[in-house]
Design a protein around this ligand. Structure first.
Ligand SMILES: [Zn+2]
Length: 425
């Protein structure tokens, strides 16, 4: 009899947010990611029986992949498999949820501690036996430090889940490892399935030149950046190009940077990271912030989409100054203050709308594969596998599945939230 494996898409289907996929078969029950959507009202994965699980496998620390894991420990204990850097970074980001959430979280710090107690730390490229019939291997995903894709082997049936993946090399990270051999099922992210990124090096050079111009005219450059990954990437770019202006690091990006210094295995060039972090000023208190905004400086600080964080504090001091600049280095989700300012050039302060006079620019330094890379990866590794498209808006997830089917002749589906698929390779 043919083996049957069931996939249930509990989150991250036709959208970005609360990624969660349940893999069920006779041999066991495994969760791939268990994330939350950190918007005004936090969203969680669809309900299902999460008591009887053999393991949870986590691709990376971002809350939309990891944020619901402590929920599982309300009911029982379950091994959580991930890379060592992912554990430390996930803890940092989940503890921050307690600070920023506008509603009580459905778990306490006790459950976050239980996650650590039940963690199984796995370095990439090593097989781990979950039980005697299911094994797992993690592969570098090139997305943020510690990120991995998941290769699951259930008695010979092989499922590859990309998580968030970037096959382009960056200053901070190696490109994703896609040497997965034969697989029967691929679950792929689709964030940029319809859009290509501009050449990376060109964007890096543009960022450096634009920053120099602002400092030369006596202004301050504010770069809102995510704590994990993007902040350090930006600092590595400045270091790599020999930028000699004053650069400061603030907010939770400092904590994330300290964690990364303990994980040389999670970055491409540890020396570059160490040099980059040594060459910038780490802000210690409010007095130092006032000094920074009074002379030409570059400020790298979260939140990446200006939802609070110290970047928000700095912005209130520079928005009205035409010599200063606000440089975006990451995608701004609809509904965030970052997106609103980018589109309207207006900022809300004390309930009033004000014009942003500082220069506003956007630099594309994405940590996801663009359309060309994604298609070339999938067509290379597919080889008869069935593909499921997740983690992208409706247009991208449906568009990618259609394109794979119609143009490349690949069996591809775009699951809707809650959809169940039986795969019988
Ligand atoms: Zn991510």
């Amino acid at each position: 009899m043919k083996k049957e494996v069931t996939l249930r898409f509990l989150g991250g289907a036709r959208k970005v947010g609360c990624s969660a996929i349940l893999v069920e078969c006779e041999e066991g029950r495994i969760l791939l990611d268990y994330g939350a959507t950190p918007s005004k009202k936090i969203e969680w994965p669809l309900p299902c029986d999460v008591v009887h699980l053999d393991a949870v496998i986590l691709t990376h620390a971002h809350i939309d992949h990891s944020g619901a894991i402590p929920l599982l420990f309300n009911f029982s204990e379950v091994p959580v498999i991930m890379t060592p850097a992912t554990l430390d970074l996930t803890e940092l980001l989940i503890y921050d949820m307690f600070n920023v959430a506008r509603e009580p979280l459905p778990f306490s710090k006790r459950e976050v501690k239980l996650m650590r107690n039940n963690a199984i730390l796995l370095n990439p490229n090593t097989w781990y036996n979950i039980n005697d019939r299911i094994r797992v291997k993690l592969l570098d995903a090139g997305h943020i430090p510690g990120s991995a894709s998941i290769l699951l082997d259930i008695d010979g049936v092989r499922i590859w889940y990309t998580g968030d993946i970037n096959t382009r090399e960056t200053q901070l990270l190696r490109p994703a490892d896609t040497e997965i051999g034969h697989v029967d099922v691929i679950i792929t992210e689709s964030t940029y399935a319809l859009r290509d990124h501009p050449p990376r090096k060109r964007e890096e050079r543009k960022l450096i030149e634009a920053t120099k111009e602002v400092l030369e005219r006596g202004g301050v450059v504010l770069i809102p950046a995510f704590s994990v990954g993007r902040s350090q990437e930006v600092l590595c770019i400045f270091r790599k190009y020999g930028f000699d202006g004053r650069v400061v690091l603030d907010g939770m990006a400092r904590h994330a940077s300290r964690i990364l210094l303990q994980h040389p295995e999670a970055v491409k060039d540890y020396n570059l990271l160490v040099e980059a972090l040594k060459s910038v000023k780490w802000i210690q208190d409010a007095n130092e912030r006032y000094k920074v905004i009074s002379s030409p400086s570059v400020i790298v600080s979260p939140a990446g989409m200006l939802v609070g964080g110290s970047a928000d504090w700095y912005l209130k001091y520079i928005y009205n100054d035409p010599t200063s600049a606000l440089f975006y280095v990451s995608y701004q989700v609809k509904g965030t203050p970052g997106r609103e300012i980018l589109e309207t050039k207006k900022i809300r302060i004390g309930g009033k709308e004000k014009e942003v006079k500082a220069e506003i620019r956007y630099f594309e330094l994405s940590s996801h594969s663009g359309r060309t890379e994604l298609l070339s990866m999938l067509t290379k590794v597919c080889n008869g596998a069935t593909v499921f498209t997740v983690h992208g808006d409706e247009e991208s997830t449906i568009g990618l599945a259609n394109e794979l089917r119609e143009i490349y002749g690949i069996e591809a589906y775009c699951p809707a939230p809650g959809d169940k698929f039986h795969v019988c390779p």
